[in-house]
Design a protein around this ligand. Structure first.
Ligand code: SAM
Ligand code: SF4
Length: 442
């Protein structure tokens, strides 16, 4: 094969989006050219997600479209579905030539050599690795905000979750390589860094320095030129007070923490094998609420986990009232291969899951309207991310991770994207704020 054009579509989380940036960089370094449509490409890659059944089905739907129309093209399935389904993908979609999970991306150059030599079934499926996918070739999609992976894989075993099976065991990068990448990004003009991992709190520097996550976070926040540092995701069990202390001490560390709780019921937390109780979770929430930084708090919730009763669900609603989250991601439980929850009895009917999800989202919507309206009148610094020409507005993000769309009277036709500006909040909806530039007022 001499495929020199490629198309890559990414599904799923920020980890996948960032993996794709590294895959794209690796391909460009080998002389490939990226194209915008699968039709124009000789090599078509899908970086897949299998966190829920719906996400998984998407890739098979895509592949189906090209079963006949894809003659002459080379197809590859990367990421979590690749790892989960393995060589079965070749049976389901015989026009696929490459199946590789994220733990094998370090071997991508060798796999490409095999594909270029005409190999029809190339795989990278071993999870037995201590390596992380570090590459000098990362091709970042955003010129101002950059992702940096600090830890790959997951050593927890939440009863519903497929990630430990698709991304393998935890592997932390050395603090030296994370700092070197951060400094390099600052030199290139990046001002915002987001540290990534399935559980960033269990970061442990493998070099003799042995830094924990709070130390790494502090040090990244000290790099000259970096104005904002974010991180995701935090597992409550490993979320220590030292992280809140680090945020308190350095305003460059954003005042936002995503702390997935999954359920407000201790019975469900136990069944989910989350390794904390509601009380222990609430202690962490208190640390955050007591911070002088006014830290925004967001979470993930699963409704309809096997055995979830109405009483359990009501406890989750009660938790929302108690915490007053600034935002949340909510999901209906989806059975995943290999997970402990598969064997559990009392699966909740789909309509009931939908009912609970709707109630949960309505309750949270009311909380967000209230939380967001509390910001009206305040001046907040935004990092400008884009422009909405039809509304004549700039799209900004606050340190608390709220979207704040704003107008600017004296912009003089110049692009504000990438700038940091003070904006006065004038209106609030459930999902975003609106305001006007307050630049002349400071
Ligand atoms: N590592 C992160 C953590 O521990 O919170 C989250 C990883 S996962 C990509 C993101 C979210 O997907 C989880 O917090 C959970 O709410 C949701 N999720 C994971 N497996 C799920 C499943 N089988 N069904 C429904 N939602 C699921
Ligand atoms: Fe999945 Fe739990 Fe690991 Fe998060 S901590 S990736 S939910 S197993």
């Amino acid at each position: 094969m001499t495929a020199k054009t490629f198309y890559l579509e990414t599904f799923g989380c920020q980890m996948n989006a960032h993996d794709s940036e590294k895959v794209v960089g690796t391909l460009l370094a080998r002389g490939y050219t990226q194209v915008e449509t699968p039709e124009a490409a000789e090599l078509v890659l899908y970086n897949t997600c299998s966190i829920r059944d719906k996400a998984e089905q998407k890739v098979f739907h895509r592949l189906q479209q090209f079963k006949r129309a894809g003659k002459g093209k080379v197809f590859g399935v990367l990421g979590c579905v690749a790892q989960q389904e393995g060589e079965k993908i070749f049976d389901k979609a015989p026009h696929v030539s490459l199946v590789a999970g994220s733990a094998s991306y370090t071997k991508l150059p060798e796999m490409l050599v095999q594909l270029e030599a005409g190999a029809r079934r190339v795989t990278g499926l071993s999870l037995d690795t201590e390596e992380t996918f570090d590459t000098p070739f990362t091709r970042r999609d955003n010129p101002h905000r950059a992702y940096i992976t600090i830890i790959e894989g997951c050593d927890k075993s939440c009863a519903y979750c497929v990630v430990p099976f698709t991304r393998g065991p935890e592997r932390s990068r050395t603090s030296a390589s994370v700092l070197a990448e951060s400094r390099q990004l600052a030199e290139l003009g990046y001002t915002e860094i987001q540290l990534l991992g399935q559980n960033v709190n269990s970061y442990r520097d493998p070099s003799p320095a042995g830094w924990d996550f709070a130390t790494l976070l502090t040090r990244v926040g000290e790099i000259q030129g970096i104005r904002r540092v974010r991180f995701t995701t935090s597992h409550p069990r490993d979320f220590g007070k030292s992280i809140v202390d680090a945020i308190d001490e350095n305003p460059r560390l954003c005042n936002h923490v995503h702390l997935p709780v999954q359920s407000g019921s201790d019975r469900m937390l136990g069944a989910m094998q989350r390794l904390y109780t509601r009380d222990q979770y609430m202690r962490r929430i208190e640390w955050l609420k007591n911070s002088p930084r006014n830290i925004s708090i967001t979470t993930d919730i699963i409704v309809g986990f096997p055995g979830e009763t109405e009483a359990d669900f009501l406890q989750t609603l009660d938790l929302l009232d108690q915490v007053q989250y600034d935002s949340l991601f909510s999901f209906k439980y989806s059975s995943r291969p290999n997970t402990a929850a598969l064997a559990m009895g009392d699966h909740i009917p789909e309509e009931e899951k939908t009912r609970r999800l709707t109630i949960l989202q309505e309750r949270q919507r009311a909380i967000q309207i209230q939380r967001n309206s509390e910001t009206i009148g305040a001046v907040q610094e935004v990092h400008v991310e884009g422009r909405n020409p039809s509304l004549g507005q700039w799209i900004g993000r606050t340190s608390q991770n709220r979207t704040l769309n704003f107008t600017c009277a004296d912009e003089n036709g110049e692009s504000l994207i990438g700038k940091y500006l003070p904006v006065r909040v004038t209106r609030a909806g459930p999902n975003s704020l609106a305001g006007e530039s307050a630049a002349n007022m400071l």
